[in-house]
Design a binder for this molecule. Sequence first.
Ligand SMILES: Cc1cc2nc3c(=O)[nH]c(=O)nc-3n(C[C@H](O)[C@H](O)[C@H](O)COP(=O)(O)O)c2cc1C
Ligand code: SF4
Length: 340
Amino acid sequence: MFNPAQIGSMKLPNRFIRSATAEFAANFDGTVIDEYYDLYTKLALGEVGLIIQGHLYIMDEGKAHDKMAGIAHDFHLDGLERIVQAIHNTATGSKVSAQLNHGGIHSVSKKAPSIPDGKKAQAMTEEDIEAVIDSFGTAALKAKQIGYDAVQIHAAHGYLVSQFLSNRINQRQDSWGGSVENRAQLLLSIYRRIRSQVGSGYPVLVKMNNSDEPREGFPVEEAIKVANWLAEEGLDAIEVSGNQSTRTKFEDEAYFSKNARRIKKNIGDMPLSVVGGFRSINMIQQLHQDFADFISICRPFIREPDLVKKFRDGKKRADCISCNKCFKPPIIITCLDKEE
Ligand SMILES: Cc1cc2nc3c(=O)[nH]c(=O)nc-3n(C[C@H](O)[C@H](O)[C@H](O)COP(=O)(O)O)c2cc1C
Ligand code: SF4
């Protein structure tokens, strides 16, 4: 875990990934505040191999919540570029990926694949879908131009791309709905557009649900198929997550690993990372030896941005107790566990 590794052309100092973590701190217009630089400098000084920044909206109508940062306009770019520089300036070798997102039904526009029962939503037209694909491509190119080492498509956690993947939410009767081939078309089209924008050598990643259990709209068998298609298309790495991504049960460590292992068996050489509840270095080492090329962590890095160094120095278990109090920070994402 502590040795250098590679995702596509991107050289990483180790195999620890900071999974994307919304900072809940941007200005109303999506520009970042000064506190971002300190947050990301600490993670890089803590020697996190790859830092995936909190999700960025790729177009105004895809903004998922207040205080979410954007990469939709040129005026967003200066602040983002300074985050990239802050990370690279630490000289620890930490790399940084932008995470690109559209909130779909959870966004300000409430645009969705189709209109779920009893929900206020706007079913997307062909033009809407093309605009989304285009905006993902443009955002990825901007990210590359301002120095991000990679981009990640957010295809998990109930946002737009995962809404399309789920046959429970995606009730479309056209070529974007129905079979898993059709439901995966949005993700694959976004991937292809991004690839055409950034070129073959630039790392493109996807974060995707392992299934949407306990519901049945995207079973693991379908997740395996989609991951395999992405691998065939040349995706650089997949990060496996799932619905109910932030579980609070302390003892429930590595809760998506069973299905992540099944996915890994079916994607050839494409590197895989798994996220969800990793707290102890024993479990991290064990699952890395078993199947996971990389291990992704979110909440423990909020509490201890220097956790990688601490693990290397012999710490056995992260201090985070998975209480989820950090979701509503006063200024920027921070550990709010009172007993700290
Ligand atoms: C405060 C907070 C913000 C999050 N923001 C994002 C996000 O922007 N994008 C994303 O893909 N996941 C996000 N997540 C989910 C995490 O990346 C991760 O998948 C989840 O917390 C499980 O990992 P953990 O047990 O190591 O925290 C967020 C989680 C938390 C707690
Ligand atoms: S507030 Fe709770 S979940 Fe969040 S970092 Fe602190 S201990 Fe972990």
